[in-house]
Design a protein around this ligand. Sequence first.
Ligand SMILES: Nc1nc2c(ncn2[C@@H]2O[C@H](COP(=O)(O)OP(=O)(O)OP(=O)(O)O)[C@@H](O)[C@H]2O)c(=O)[nH]1
Length: 301
Amino acid sequence: MSKFGVLVMGPAGAGKSTFCTALIQHLHNNKRPCYYVNLDPAAEDFAFEPDIDIKDLISLEDVMEEMSLGPNGGLIYCFEFLQENLDFLTEPLEQVTEEYLIIFDMPGQIELYTHIPILPDLVKHLMRGSLNINMCAAYLLESTFVIDRPKFFAGTLSAMSAMLMLEMPHVNILSKMDLVKGHVAKRDLKRFLAPDAEHLTDEPSRQLQFEEDKDEKREADPAATKNVMAGESFNRLNKAVAQLIDDFSMVSFLKLDAQDEDSVGAVLSYIDDAIQYHEAQEPREPNDNLDTEIIESAIDR
Ligand SMILES: Nc1nc2c(ncn2[C@@H]2O[C@H](COP(=O)(O)OP(=O)(O)OP(=O)(O)O)[C@@H](O)[C@H]2O)c(=O)[nH]1
């Protein structure tokens, strides 16, 4: 029997806890059972009380105080401690049945997703062995943030890094869509939802400005040409990153407005597809072997 879960990840303040709350409310409204696991050892004030809360095992505040660590070192200590005490998660999760969606609310420290191996090991533990949870990651980025191209690159590369590190299905989400107001902002956002290299680098007005700046600088100071070249290299780097994002065409984004029930439902349907939730809930075909045995025993009689 499989279990089903979603790991809600993303940078600090991206709206992870708000999304978890909206998702739980949506599941309640649709009479679907869910199981809420808080893995943020600094989180407080939950709209829905977690079924498992890492703070019952270890809290960031205690670790920072007792071990004299900062917030990032403290968080890593908490996750290493969790890794040494996995029964804290395993025992209650073993009791969860396949109708449930298990929601894991993760901390916002980005280094947890990008350059330490603790999370991949935890994910392996959840997806394999006795738990056997069909998991996907929901990676949130704040929509107002990514309208700016450098921030979009930074955010997308962090999402991609998490995708490569965790090797699990990913649903990338632009949160706080209600804050994207006005025609220009909406148009700007459109090209980032399903990015392709041509659109990401195609900014004629900026390119024109860049060429004009270059000529002016050359006239004023021939030595400044070196800095201009740095600008050109930067442009080439931008193009290479855009091409990389294009090549990994799996990096596309869903829009989320956590206040809008339809928007939450739409994101959930992508999560369900990624973990194949509905297939597991369908009534099973009668067991062929059992049927054959019944027919054979009827013939024998
Ligand atoms: N307008 C708007 N604000 C939102 C939305 N989602 C979250 N926020 C606000 O953004 C802030 C951060 O939201 P959280 O849900 O706490 O974000 P988080 O990713 O869990 O934050 P950390 O746990 O610190 O990593 C809060 O002030 C929320 O009220 C949204 O869809 N729209």
